[in-house]
Write a protein that binds this ligand. Structure first.
Ligand code: ASP
Length: 307
């Protein structure tokens, strides 16, 4: 049995970018599924799908990541293999092209699970990751606009009022990327992000935290998106996997954790899931979340409907 689901971040996509976001998730799902069909390796499939999303500047991960308060990019990513609970993650990495690849290196080449900041960068260079500037013109322009307001005292401190900020500027949140794949019972999940726009330097969200942004067991896998400060507190991806462990299907597990978010931390969130029987699910409490999935035997690839 083979299946893959990818997301391009919960939030509210501006109309003019929605079509590109949909094409982006479609391309990434196809890219990952191709690997499942050719080599069959689910870790490689998840990596390739997330890389396709990181390389697409429309999404807030890798190239096109959002900028911090001081105008830099600090990226987070993680990957996890369900059968063995092996996991790798990086937090606050700068100037590399594909953080998901570095997270995978942590999983496969070290005895650790999470490397952060300078140490993670030292490891990246040792692993042969070259210098790469992921800042796009569009993101720099948005940052400059907000910085001007901020300097005049017209922008409220976003990191204290994230939910309000996102309500006023819904386009600022959408764009984190994630993927869950299954191949013959082996489930792998991965997530990558630039974090939240205008975040305080050093801020780490849910994405690199195993259990919050990404989790996988032999019963299910999940990748989350939304305001990390809420996702961390409900340990969202692990919670979804716990539901799948006791027999809840992937779609119901996704809905259940969004219900938990809505009744507790009440912040924006979305999630994609696959359970061990191959059911695929997703849910979000935001207006949109571009999603695409392919499952063996499906006639057509699923792609989010029009907004
Ligand atoms: N979850 C990410 C973070 O808080 C952001 C997102 O999903 O858009 O860093």
């Amino acid at each position: 049995m083979k299946g893959i689901i990818v997301h391009g971040g919960s939030g509210k996509w501006p109309q003019e970018k929605w079509e590109a976001a949909k094409n982006g998730v479609l391309h990434a799902a196809r890219r990952g599924y191709e690997v499942l069909e050719k080599s069959g390796d689910p870790v490689e499939a998840c990596t390739k799908a997330v890389m396709a999303l990181e390389d697409n500047p429309i999404f807030n991960a890798g190239t096109g990541s959002v900028l911090t308060l001081d105008g830099r990019v600090e990226m987070d990513a993680s990957i996890m293999k369900g059968s063995t609970l092996e996991a790798g993650a990086v937090a606050g990495v700068e100037n590399i092209k594909n953080p998901i690849l570095l997270a995978r290196k942590v999983m496969e080449e070290t005895d650790h699970v999470l490397l952060a900041g300078e140490g993670a960068m030292k490891f990246a260079r040792a692993m042969g990751f070259e210098f790469y500037d992921p800042v796009t013109e569009d993101r720099r322009k948005k940052w400059l606009e907000l910085k001007k307001k901020f300097d005049k005292g017209e922008a409220k401190l976003p990191w204290h009022r994230m939910q309000e900020l996102v309500k006023r500027h819904p386009e600022l949140l959408s764009g984190t990327v994630g993927c869950v794949v299954i191949r013959d019972g082996e489930i792998v999940a991965g997530t990558s992000t630039g974090g939240v726009f205008f975040k305080l330097f050093g801020r780490v969200g849910d994405t690199p935290l195993i259990g919050a942004g990404t989790y996988a067991t032999e019963f299910g896998g999940a990748s989350a998106t939304g305001i990390g400060e809420g996702i961390i507190r409900v340990v969202m991806s692990k919670s979804a996997c716990d539901f799948m462990r006791i027999g809840v299907s992937a779609p119901k597990a996704a809905e259940a954790v969004i219900d938990i978010v809505n009744s507790t931390v009440k912040l924006d969130a979305g999630i994609i899931t696959i359970d061990h029987t191959g059911n695929i699910g997703f849910a979000h409490n935001t207006p949109t979340m571009p999603v695409s999935y392919i499952k063996e035997g499906m006639e057509r690839v699923y792609i989010s409907p029009e907004e």
